[in-house]
Design a protein around this ligand. Structure first.
Ligand code: GMT
Length: 372
């Protein structure tokens, strides 16, 4: 099969999933073309079977807002025509779904279209009146639509009034990315005194409730001196840095920025925190579990589909930092239970979210649409 993939190339769950999926599809002998405005961060050295098409936008002074969606549509159409791409798989509906639809219109038919919904493309941005009609059209005209959780599929129907089928294919993780030696080295540096280490990783957007992460840690650290590693970057970082200074915990919290591979730091932790207000899936929680790190999270959106209570993690109502802190303290106070939860986390991730199993489902969908 010849597959075109479009995603955000920046650090983030949708780009990670799109890139790892494309790479695995290429490993299975298919031809994969990434059509993006930059090389996806996870692509690294472009392997055989994979081609990167850079979308460029002419810089004309009239354009206060460069029309990226249109340039993307033209580039998609060109790549399809030149390379005989049979199927365009776009990740994150805005603007990729409508660009793919336009590309097919330019070509007068041709490639099959799959839109994979990742989260805020429906729940936050997609439901905004400025995007809703165009997102709805992109979704309705695709040949198949997938969502990363049942929760997101349901929100797509409810918030956008979409009635068509949305197939649920969860995100996946490769436990081989968890390198125990690398994680141990991170741990020695992040917790030189051997105190417990909590970890959070995100894009520091408001939906991640970064202040809840810090409040959970503050409560834990009050009872049991610990360390917190904050991985990632984003708009809430200055507020977070002020919080730790004001709370007098700056010496126990390290802001690491974006690190690669992220699993190195995640695997170093005792517990991973994800108290988000919106989360269609929570890929970071899955990555932590795959590395044997139990998760304490909110029960927002699709998180309970990934983090099952007592099976390598626990969920609580959004904002209940007291309960989340008590849960972390309970785990840290009981090394046997912590070890049990570590093993359960690893087993749950491997059994239900392995790359092989989930990519099989995408490959089957491709074959179904292409009739091969
Ligand atoms: O939607 C976003 O804010 C960004 C997006 C991303 O590109 O990282 O995250 C969403 O997609 C991830 C991959 O499917 C999911 O793991 C995240 O839960 C989801 N984020 C939200 O729903 C807030």
């Amino acid at each position: 099969m010849r597959i075109g993939v479009t995603c955000y190339p920046t650090v983030g769950g949708s780009g990670t999933v799109a890139t790892e999926l494309g790479l695995e599809i290429a490993r299975r002998g298919h031809e994969v073309h990434f059509i993006c405005y930059a090389l996806p961060y996870r692509l690294g050295r472009v392997p055989p079977g994979v081609t990167f098409h850079e979308v460029t936008i002419p810089n004309y002074p009239l354009f206060s807002y460069p029309p990226y969606s249109l340039a993307l549509a033209s580039q998609m159409a060109d790549a399809v025509r030149t390379h005989g791409i049979e199927l365009l798989h776009v990740h994150y509906a805005i603007p990729h779904a409508i660009s793919a639809y336009l590309a097919r219109e330019i070509l007068g038919g041709g490639p099959k279209l799959i839109v994979t919904l990742h989260g805020t493309d429906i729940t936050v941005v997609g439901a905004d009146p400025s995007f809703l009609p165009i997102v709805r059209l992109g979704i309705e005209r695709a040949d198949a639509v997938t969502a990363v959780s049942r929760s997101l599929a349901q929100e797509t129907h409810e918030l956008l009034g979409i009635t068509r089928e949305v197939e649920v294919i969860p995100n996946f993780v490769d436990p081989a990315r968890c390198d125990a030696d690398f994680a141990a080295a991170h741990r020695r540096r992040l917790s030189p005194d051997g105190a417990p280490l909590l970890v959070h990783a995100s894009n520091f957007r408001p939906v991640k409730r970064i202040l809840d992460v810090l409040e959970i840690f503050r409560r834990v650290n009050e009872r049991l001196p610990a360390h917190l590693a904050m991985v990632g970057d984003g708009p809430e970082r200055p507020v977070a840095e002020r919080f730790v200074r004001d709370a007098g915990i700056a010496h126990r919290v390290e802001f690491l920025g974006n690190v690669s591979p992220v699993e190195g730091v995640m695997g170093a932790g005792d517990v991973f925190l994800l108290p988000s207000s919106e989360e269609s899936f929570g890929l970071a929680a899955l990555e932590a579990m795959a590395c044997g790190v139990p998760v304490v999270a909110s029960d927002a959106g699709g998180i309970p589909e990934v983090v099952e209570n007592g099976n390598g993690g626990y969920t609580f109502p959004v904002g209940d930092t007291a309960a989340m802190a008590a849960c972390v303290l309970g785990l840290l106070a009981d090394p046997d239970e912590l070890a049990r939860q570590r093993a359960l986390a690893r087993a749950h991730a491997a059994a239900n979210f392995s790359t092989a199993k989930v990519v099989d489902r995408y490959e089957a969908l491709y074959r179904r649409l292409l009739g091969c």
